[in-house]
Design a protein around this ligand. Structure first.
Ligand code: AMP
Ligand code: MG
Length: 346
């Protein structure tokens, strides 16, 4: 399954989502609007908001993104996460945002039987995903690193966090979802009732489009990420995708290795899914679940989705089938040639 698409195609695709579907280029209603592009968290972010508070909202949103990046970055030496990772096993006082996200990480680790594992970072680093110096690790090395991968050993007490000396955490799987929720809140506080933001694979929408119709959010085809596979009509929803095409390298053995790791064996998760899109009210929940369900694989994802009806999802299997939950059946426009099957709920 070669996936040799250049990285820039993915970035351009992300920008195209908003251009094509947020109303740009259409006959705009006579209403104030504001737009802002930000590069943060290793991601091109695009925000568009409508209404008299739009400009202020996006200014505040930009500052909040910067604050969250400063707190949550795994590499910047002043960040909460860097301080936790380099505390030599001691407890560290951190921001309320870090406490919330680490607490959520541990909850989702529980809820997804360990599929979401924020302490998988040393394994990710061994593969070179943190630096771009990619390599296929020795199996023995992975085994040794996995001995210290265990969210059950993360302690959160009030505003302090402690992890074992040998462990390291990273919030890459859920930080953008939380950031999206914070931006939506800032928009609401400023009286904005209509907005859409795209933070890489995370799209979040507030209300409907100014013309009263639903936002149309495109989801990429993981087998051809410069092409859209389906379009979802949504309002007040986060649409978050985890895909194997987002960051990967081709090894000397000719195989592709991607950035979402199965904590069970330390290898890129290869359990039947190549793309998972989760649709729901909370960006944080959708982000955590998109990663976790990708790791969990087809069968476990389907059974999770049958039981948890507060979220919907679109899955793409490694044999190129599209599966979607019944809750979004009338919101999904399949523009690919893929066969589509409904995940039913009783
Ligand atoms: P996402 O794009 O939201 O699916 O997040 C993927 C990112 O989460 C990766 O780039 C890693 O930084 C991190 N990650 C990889 N595997 C896992 C995992 N099993 N649990 C938690 N985070 C992970
Ligand atoms: Mg995620």
């Amino acid at each position: 399954m070669p996936l040799n698409y250049p990285k820039y195609a993915v970035l351009l695709g992300a920008a195209a989502v908003l251009t094509a579907f947020s109303g740009c280029g259409e006959r705009a209603p006579a209403q104030t609007s504001a737009e802002r592009d930000v590069f943060a968290m290793d991601t091109f972010m695009t925000m568009k908001a409508y209404g008299s508070g739009a400009e202020t909202a996006l200014e505040e949103a930009q500052q909040r993104i910067k604050q969250l990046e400063d707190e949550l970055s795994v590499t910047s030496e002043d960040s909460d996460i860097f301080r936790i990772n380099n505390a030599g096993g001691e407890a560290v006082e951190v921001s309320a945002d870090a406490v919330t996200l680490i607490g959520s990480g541990v909850s989702y680790w529980n809820e997804t039987s360990g599929a979401l594992e924020i302490s998988v970072y040393p394994v990710l680093a061994e593969w070179g995903f943190t630096t771009g110096n990619y390599k296929i690790p020795e199996p023995e090395r992975l085994k040794a690193l996995l001995a210290n991968v265990d969210s059950g050993k993360i302690e959160v007490n009030g505003s302090s966090v402690r992890i074992p000396e040998e462990s390291k955490i990273d919030l890459g799987a859920l930080a953008k979802g939380y950031t999206g929720d914070e931006i939506m809140d800032i928009c609401r506080e400023n009286g904005v009732t209509s907005a859409i933001i795209s933070l890489g694979g995370n799209v979040q929408t507030l209300g409907k489009k100014p013309d009263g119709s639903e936002w149309r959010v495109a989801v990429k085809d993981p087998f051809a990420p410069d092409t859209n596979m389906c379009v979802l009509s949504v309002s007040d929803r986060a649409v978050v995708t985890s895909g194997n095409y987002e960051r990967y390298f081709t090894g000397d053995d000719g195989r592709d290795y991607w950035h979402i790791i199965d904590p069970k064996d330390g290898y890129p998760a290869d359990n039947g899914l190549v793309s998972v899109t989760v649709i729901g009210e909370s960006g944080l929940r959708c982000d955590a679940l998109s990663t976790a369900l990708f790791v969990a694989g087809t069968d476990a994802a389907e059974s999770y989705l049958r039981e948890h009806t507060d979220v919907d999802a679109v899955l793409v299997t490694d044999d190129d089938r599209l599966l979607y939950t019944v809750g979004i059946a009338d919101k999904l426009d399949n523009i690919s040639g893929k066969s589509a099957e409904v995940i039913a709920r009783d």
